[in-house]
Design a protein around this ligand. Structure first.
Ligand code: G3P
Length: 222
């Protein structure tokens, strides 16, 4: 399972990238707004830090302008890690843009997916990633994980579909575990939740005991 971090906070990304466990980054217009920084600058910095796919989202809603924005965003990665993935919304114009960009060899992440039918369309449009939003479905009383399960099953039926299921809108560590059990290819996780994955009170307690016992021996490995 690949781990992406869902943030536009470059300091957080640098810190998490140091773990060696980060495979990519996803951003969206809300996360860019939260950073309070110019989008192109933020994306450039992230693309330098993380060699894996860095999703940068278009903000136009019509195909022609989406294509212009996509080319500008994609060019940021050129001469660097060439890792900018264009994020488009799951609309008719977004999917048309996806199809065109995929034909140009550009990786596309289709976002704001809330149904299996939408995910089928994204795969047919040649998306590299489909982003079903688990948490936002849970928020309205639906079970977001059922959608992940449905999409993974459907894609498995059609080996010609090369789209990876990118579980998004993650609210807690069990979302990550459940998505992994189902076989989602990627999970994009906010930094605070990514850090939670490391923690277990018995790990802390056990380490304290090991270190206390080790100290009593008076030994040193180095
Ligand atoms: O980046 C897309 C997605 O992960 C957003 O999550 O928490 O705003 O529903 P959230």
């Amino acid at each position: 399972m690949k781990f992406f971090v869902d943030t536009a906070d470059v300091a957080e990304i640098k810190s998490l990238a140091a773990s060696g466990l980060l495979d990519g980054v996803t951003t969206n217009p809300s996360l860019i707004a939260k950073s309070g920084r110019p989008m192109l600058e933020v994306i450039r910095e992230i693309a330098d830090v993380v060699p894996g796919p860095v999703s940068a989202e278009v903000t136009a809603t019509d195909h022609t302008t989406m294509m212009k924005e996509a080319h500008k965003l994609h060019a940021i990665g050129r001469g660097r890690n060439d890792n900018i993935t264009i994020k488009v919304p799951l609309t008719p114009d977004g999917l048309r843009t996806c199809k065109t960009l995929a034909g140009e060899g550009v990786m596309v992440n289709v976002t704001l997916c809330f149904s299996a039918a939408q995910a089928i369309l994204a795969a047919k449009a040649g998306a590299s990633f489909i982003s079903p939003f688990i948490g936002r479905l849970d928020d309205i009383g639906e079970d977001g994980m059922v959608l992940i399960d449905d999409i993974v099953q459907i894609y498995r039926n059609y080996p010609a579909f090369k789209t990876e299921v990118l579980a998004a809108s993650i609210r807690h560590p069990m979302h990550v575990v459940d998505a992994a059990k189902i076989g989602a290819h990627v999970v994009t996780v906010p930094p605070n939740i990514l850090r939670m994955l490391f923690n277990h009170p018995l790990t802390d307690k056990g380490l304290d005991a090991f270190l206390a016992d080790w100290k009593k021996t008076g030994q040193s490995i180095l």
